[in-house]
Design a protein around this ligand. Structure first.
Ligand code: ZN
Ligand code: ZN
Length: 304
Protein backbone atom coordinates (compact mmCIF):
# COMPACT_ATOMS: atom_id res chain seq x y z
CA UNK A 1 0.00 0.00 0.00
CA UNK A 2 1.48 3.32 -0.99
CA UNK A 3 1.62 6.48 1.04
CA UNK A 4 0.09 8.66 -1.69
CA UNK A 5 -3.21 9.33 0.06
CA UNK A 6 -1.54 10.47 3.26
CA UNK A 7 0.99 12.67 1.49
CA UNK A 8 -1.78 14.24 -0.56
CA UNK A 9 -4.06 14.84 2.42
CA UNK A 10 -1.23 16.23 4.55
CA UNK A 11 -0.74 18.85 1.87
CA UNK A 12 -4.44 19.49 1.39
CA UNK A 13 -4.59 18.74 -2.33
CA UNK A 14 -7.29 16.80 -4.18
CA UNK A 15 -6.92 13.70 -6.32
CA UNK A 16 -7.83 15.88 -9.30
CA UNK A 17 -5.00 18.29 -8.56
CA UNK A 18 -2.52 15.43 -8.35
CA UNK A 19 -3.91 14.02 -11.60
CA UNK A 20 -3.55 17.36 -13.36
CA UNK A 21 0.01 17.71 -12.14
CA UNK A 22 0.92 14.28 -13.51
CA UNK A 23 -1.16 14.49 -16.66
CA UNK A 24 -3.37 11.59 -15.69
CA UNK A 25 -6.96 11.11 -14.55
CA UNK A 26 -8.45 11.42 -11.08
CA UNK A 27 -9.66 7.81 -11.39
CA UNK A 28 -6.09 6.63 -11.89
CA UNK A 29 -4.93 8.47 -8.76
CA UNK A 30 -7.83 6.92 -6.85
CA UNK A 31 -6.74 3.45 -8.00
CA UNK A 32 -3.15 4.11 -6.89
CA UNK A 33 -4.37 5.25 -3.51
CA UNK A 34 -6.58 2.22 -3.11
CA UNK A 35 -3.66 -0.04 -3.96
CA UNK A 36 -5.50 -1.51 -6.95
CA UNK A 37 -2.72 -0.55 -9.36
CA UNK A 38 0.86 0.45 -8.75
CA UNK A 39 1.97 3.77 -10.23
CA UNK A 40 4.57 3.37 -13.00
CA UNK A 41 8.10 4.40 -12.14
CA UNK A 42 7.90 7.68 -14.04
CA UNK A 43 4.78 8.60 -12.07
CA UNK A 44 6.48 7.69 -8.79
CA UNK A 45 9.31 10.06 -9.52
CA UNK A 46 6.91 12.84 -10.41
CA UNK A 47 4.86 12.19 -7.29
CA UNK A 48 8.00 12.37 -5.17
CA UNK A 49 8.96 15.66 -6.80
CA UNK A 50 5.45 17.04 -6.39
CA UNK A 51 5.30 16.09 -2.70
CA UNK A 52 8.93 17.13 -2.15
CA UNK A 53 9.89 13.77 -0.75
CA UNK A 54 11.56 10.50 -1.72
CA UNK A 55 10.20 7.67 -3.84
CA UNK A 56 10.52 5.43 -0.78
CA UNK A 57 8.24 7.76 1.11
CA UNK A 58 5.70 7.75 -1.74
CA UNK A 59 5.79 3.97 -1.72
CA UNK A 60 5.38 3.90 2.06
CA UNK A 61 8.51 1.83 2.47
CA UNK A 62 10.15 2.04 5.86
CA UNK A 63 13.81 1.61 5.02
CA UNK A 64 15.48 2.18 8.33
CA UNK A 65 15.14 0.55 11.65
CA UNK A 66 15.40 2.52 14.88
CA UNK A 67 18.48 2.03 17.07
CA UNK A 68 18.28 -0.63 19.75
CA UNK A 69 16.55 0.48 22.93
CA UNK A 70 17.43 -0.31 26.53
CA UNK A 71 14.63 -2.88 26.66
CA UNK A 72 15.87 -4.68 23.59
CA UNK A 73 19.46 -4.68 24.77
CA UNK A 74 18.34 -6.00 28.14
CA UNK A 75 16.76 -8.99 26.43
CA UNK A 76 19.79 -9.50 24.20
CA UNK A 77 22.13 -9.45 27.20
CA UNK A 78 19.97 -11.96 28.99
CA UNK A 79 20.33 -14.28 26.01
CA UNK A 80 24.08 -13.70 25.86
CA UNK A 81 24.42 -14.77 29.49
CA UNK A 82 22.68 -18.07 28.91
CA UNK A 83 26.07 -19.29 27.74
CA UNK A 84 28.80 -16.67 27.23
CA UNK A 85 31.39 -19.25 26.23
CA UNK A 86 29.21 -20.49 23.43
CA UNK A 87 26.17 -18.27 22.85
CA UNK A 88 23.24 -19.59 20.80
CA UNK A 89 23.91 -19.56 17.06
CA UNK A 90 22.20 -17.48 14.39
CA UNK A 91 19.72 -20.14 13.43
CA UNK A 92 19.04 -21.37 16.96
CA UNK A 93 15.56 -21.46 18.43
CA UNK A 94 16.70 -18.98 21.11
CA UNK A 95 17.83 -16.34 18.64
CA UNK A 96 14.81 -16.84 16.38
CA UNK A 97 12.59 -16.67 19.47
CA UNK A 98 14.13 -13.42 20.66
CA UNK A 99 13.69 -11.97 17.17
CA UNK A 100 9.97 -12.71 17.44
CA UNK A 101 9.75 -11.21 20.94
CA UNK A 102 11.49 -8.01 19.80
CA UNK A 103 8.98 -7.64 16.99
CA UNK A 104 6.18 -8.12 19.49
CA UNK A 105 7.78 -5.48 21.72
CA UNK A 106 7.98 -3.01 18.84
CA UNK A 107 4.34 -3.59 17.99
CA UNK A 108 3.39 -3.04 21.63
CA UNK A 109 5.22 0.28 21.65
CA UNK A 110 3.98 1.25 18.20
CA UNK A 111 7.53 1.49 16.83
CA UNK A 112 7.79 1.89 13.08
CA UNK A 113 9.95 -0.82 11.56
CA UNK A 114 11.16 -2.24 8.28
CA UNK A 115 10.66 -5.83 7.18
CA UNK A 116 14.19 -6.61 8.35
CA UNK A 117 13.51 -5.37 11.87
CA UNK A 118 15.49 -7.36 14.48
CA UNK A 119 15.83 -10.36 12.21
CA UNK A 120 17.80 -13.31 13.61
CA UNK A 121 20.96 -12.07 11.94
CA UNK A 122 20.70 -8.67 13.61
CA UNK A 123 19.77 -10.19 16.96
CA UNK A 124 22.76 -12.50 16.83
CA UNK A 125 25.18 -9.70 15.98
CA UNK A 126 23.84 -7.44 18.71
CA UNK A 127 24.03 -10.20 21.29
CA UNK A 128 27.65 -10.90 20.33
CA UNK A 129 28.49 -7.21 20.69
CA UNK A 130 28.32 -7.72 24.43
CA UNK A 131 31.43 -9.84 24.24
CA UNK A 132 33.66 -6.82 24.08
CA UNK A 133 32.52 -5.87 27.60
CA UNK A 134 32.94 -9.35 28.97
CA UNK A 135 36.22 -9.33 30.96
CA UNK A 136 36.67 -13.01 30.32
CA UNK A 137 37.01 -12.46 26.58
CA UNK A 138 38.52 -9.00 26.59
CA UNK A 139 41.37 -10.28 28.81
CA UNK A 140 42.17 -13.03 26.36
CA UNK A 141 42.51 -10.40 23.67
CA UNK A 142 39.82 -12.06 21.60
CA UNK A 143 37.73 -8.94 21.25
CA UNK A 144 38.60 -5.30 21.32
CA UNK A 145 36.73 -2.47 22.97
CA UNK A 146 36.35 -0.58 19.74
CA UNK A 147 33.53 1.69 18.69
CA UNK A 148 30.21 0.84 20.16
CA UNK A 149 26.72 1.76 20.99
CA UNK A 150 26.63 3.82 24.17
CA UNK A 151 23.50 2.06 25.39
CA UNK A 152 25.17 -1.33 25.15
CA UNK A 153 27.65 -0.14 27.71
CA UNK A 154 24.89 1.32 29.89
CA UNK A 155 23.04 -1.99 29.91
CA UNK A 156 26.22 -3.95 30.54
CA UNK A 157 27.04 -1.74 33.52
CA UNK A 158 23.52 -2.16 34.89
CA UNK A 159 23.43 -5.92 34.73
CA UNK A 160 26.91 -7.30 34.02
CA UNK A 161 27.35 -8.04 37.71
CA UNK A 162 23.73 -8.54 38.60
CA UNK A 163 22.35 -11.38 36.55
CA UNK A 164 19.55 -11.99 38.99
CA UNK A 165 18.13 -8.52 38.45
CA UNK A 166 18.73 -8.90 34.73
CA UNK A 167 16.55 -11.94 34.51
CA UNK A 168 13.83 -10.41 36.70
CA UNK A 169 13.67 -7.28 34.54
CA UNK A 170 13.90 -9.23 31.28
CA UNK A 171 11.04 -11.50 32.32
CA UNK A 172 8.97 -8.46 33.31
CA UNK A 173 9.53 -6.84 29.91
CA UNK A 174 8.55 -10.03 28.11
CA UNK A 175 5.45 -10.39 30.25
CA UNK A 176 4.49 -6.74 29.72
CA UNK A 177 4.46 -6.93 25.94
CA UNK A 178 2.10 -9.89 26.15
CA UNK A 179 -0.44 -7.74 27.99
CA UNK A 180 -3.24 -6.02 26.13
CA UNK A 181 -2.83 -2.28 26.35
CA UNK A 182 -5.53 0.36 26.38
CA UNK A 183 -4.63 2.90 23.80
CA UNK A 184 -5.90 5.68 26.07
CA UNK A 185 -2.43 6.73 27.08
CA UNK A 186 -0.86 9.25 24.80
CA UNK A 187 2.66 8.19 25.59
CA UNK A 188 4.24 10.37 22.94
CA UNK A 189 3.13 13.28 25.04
CA UNK A 190 5.05 11.98 27.99
CA UNK A 191 8.24 13.81 27.16
CA UNK A 192 8.74 15.05 30.72
CA UNK A 193 9.09 11.53 32.01
CA UNK A 194 12.61 10.20 31.95
CA UNK A 195 12.64 6.59 30.90
CA UNK A 196 13.35 4.32 33.86
CA UNK A 197 16.45 2.15 33.99
CA UNK A 198 14.24 -0.81 33.21
CA UNK A 199 13.45 0.66 29.79
CA UNK A 200 10.61 2.00 27.74
CA UNK A 201 8.19 -0.89 28.05
CA UNK A 202 7.99 -0.88 31.84
CA UNK A 203 8.02 2.93 31.92
CA UNK A 204 4.98 2.92 29.72
CA UNK A 205 3.25 0.30 31.81
CA UNK A 206 3.89 2.37 34.94
CA UNK A 207 2.28 5.39 33.30
CA UNK A 208 -0.70 3.40 32.09
CA UNK A 209 -1.28 2.04 35.58
CA UNK A 210 -1.06 5.34 37.40
CA UNK A 211 -3.22 7.14 34.89
CA UNK A 212 -6.14 4.78 35.04
CA UNK A 213 -8.97 7.20 35.67
CA UNK A 214 -11.00 4.64 37.59
CA UNK A 215 -8.18 3.82 39.99
CA UNK A 216 -7.30 7.47 40.50
CA UNK A 217 -10.90 8.18 41.49
CA UNK A 218 -10.98 5.18 43.82
CA UNK A 219 -7.73 6.25 45.44
CA UNK A 220 -9.02 9.78 45.97
CA UNK A 221 -12.25 8.47 47.48
CA UNK A 222 -10.18 6.36 49.86
CA UNK A 223 -8.15 9.41 50.92
CA UNK A 224 -11.37 11.25 51.70
CA UNK A 225 -12.72 8.34 53.72
CA UNK A 226 -9.60 7.82 55.80
CA UNK A 227 -9.37 11.51 56.68
CA UNK A 228 -6.02 12.12 54.94
CA UNK A 229 -7.71 14.33 52.42
CA UNK A 230 -6.56 15.00 48.91
CA UNK A 231 -3.09 16.41 49.47
CA UNK A 232 0.42 15.54 48.33
CA UNK A 233 1.94 12.71 50.33
CA UNK A 234 5.40 14.16 49.82
CA UNK A 235 5.12 17.91 50.42
CA UNK A 236 1.58 18.14 51.82
CA UNK A 237 0.47 20.51 49.06
CA UNK A 238 -3.31 20.89 48.79
CA UNK A 239 -4.66 22.27 45.52
CA UNK A 240 -7.92 23.29 47.18
CA UNK A 241 -6.10 25.45 49.73
CA UNK A 242 -4.07 27.20 47.08
CA UNK A 243 -6.56 27.49 44.22
CA UNK A 244 -9.91 27.36 45.98
CA UNK A 245 -12.78 25.69 44.24
CA UNK A 246 -10.85 25.30 41.01
CA UNK A 247 -8.21 23.16 42.70
CA UNK A 248 -10.57 21.22 44.95
CA UNK A 249 -9.98 17.48 44.59
CA UNK A 250 -7.14 17.86 42.11
CA UNK A 251 -4.12 15.58 42.57
CA UNK A 252 -1.93 13.20 40.59
CA UNK A 253 -1.29 9.60 41.41
CA UNK A 254 2.06 7.81 41.40
CA UNK A 255 2.40 4.06 41.29
CA UNK A 256 4.91 3.05 43.95
CA UNK A 257 5.60 -0.60 43.10
CA UNK A 258 8.97 -1.52 41.54
CA UNK A 259 8.59 -1.57 37.77
CA UNK A 260 9.54 -5.19 37.34
CA UNK A 261 6.52 -6.27 39.38
CA UNK A 262 4.02 -4.43 37.19
CA UNK A 263 3.71 -6.99 34.46
CA UNK A 264 3.35 -9.89 36.81
CA UNK A 265 0.84 -8.46 39.26
CA UNK A 266 -1.64 -7.23 36.77
CA UNK A 267 -4.13 -5.94 39.28
CA UNK A 268 -3.21 -2.60 40.82
CA UNK A 269 -3.94 -2.33 44.54
CA UNK A 270 -5.08 1.01 45.91
CA UNK A 271 -2.30 0.97 48.50
CA UNK A 272 0.24 0.90 45.64
CA UNK A 273 -0.93 4.35 44.59
CA UNK A 274 0.35 7.52 46.24
CA UNK A 275 -1.22 10.95 45.96
CA UNK A 276 1.32 13.47 44.74
CA UNK A 277 1.19 17.04 43.49
CA UNK A 278 2.24 17.63 39.91
CA UNK A 279 5.60 19.09 40.93
CA UNK A 280 6.55 16.24 43.21
CA UNK A 281 5.44 13.74 40.60
CA UNK A 282 7.60 15.45 38.00
CA UNK A 283 10.58 15.41 40.38
CA UNK A 284 10.18 11.68 40.97
CA UNK A 285 10.38 10.98 37.24
CA UNK A 286 12.69 13.66 35.99
CA UNK A 287 15.98 11.77 36.35
CA UNK A 288 17.30 8.24 36.55
CA UNK A 289 16.92 6.49 38.87
CA UNK A 290 13.39 7.49 39.74
CA UNK A 291 13.00 8.37 43.41
CA UNK A 292 10.85 6.67 45.99
CA UNK A 293 8.44 8.81 48.00
CA UNK A 294 10.76 8.61 51.01
CA UNK A 295 13.74 9.70 48.97
CA UNK A 296 11.86 12.68 47.62
CA UNK A 297 10.59 13.61 51.10
CA UNK A 298 14.19 13.68 52.23
CA UNK A 299 15.14 15.91 49.31
CA UNK A 300 12.31 18.31 50.21
CA UNK A 301 13.29 18.35 53.90
CA UNK A 302 16.95 19.04 53.13
CA UNK A 303 16.20 21.94 50.85
CA UNK A 304 13.93 23.67 53.36
ZN1 ZN B 1 4.15 17.66 46.45
ZN1 ZN C 1 4.64 8.07 38.52
Amino acid sequence: MTNIKKLREDRGVSQQQVADELGTTQQTVARWEAGKVDPPIAALIRLATFFETTVDDVLGVVTRNPPWSVDELTLALELYFTNPASPPSKGSAEVVGLSAILNQLAAWLGTERAATFRNPNGVYMKMMNFRRFDPQFAAEGKVGLSRGNHLEEVVWKLYGNDRERLSVVAEAIKAAVRLPLDADLDHDNDAEITEAEEGRVLTRLHRVRERSRKLVEQRKAQAMRDGHGIRCEVCDFDYGEKYGERGQGYIEVHHTKPLHTLAVETKTQLEDLALVCADCHRMIHTKRPWLTLDELREVVLKSR
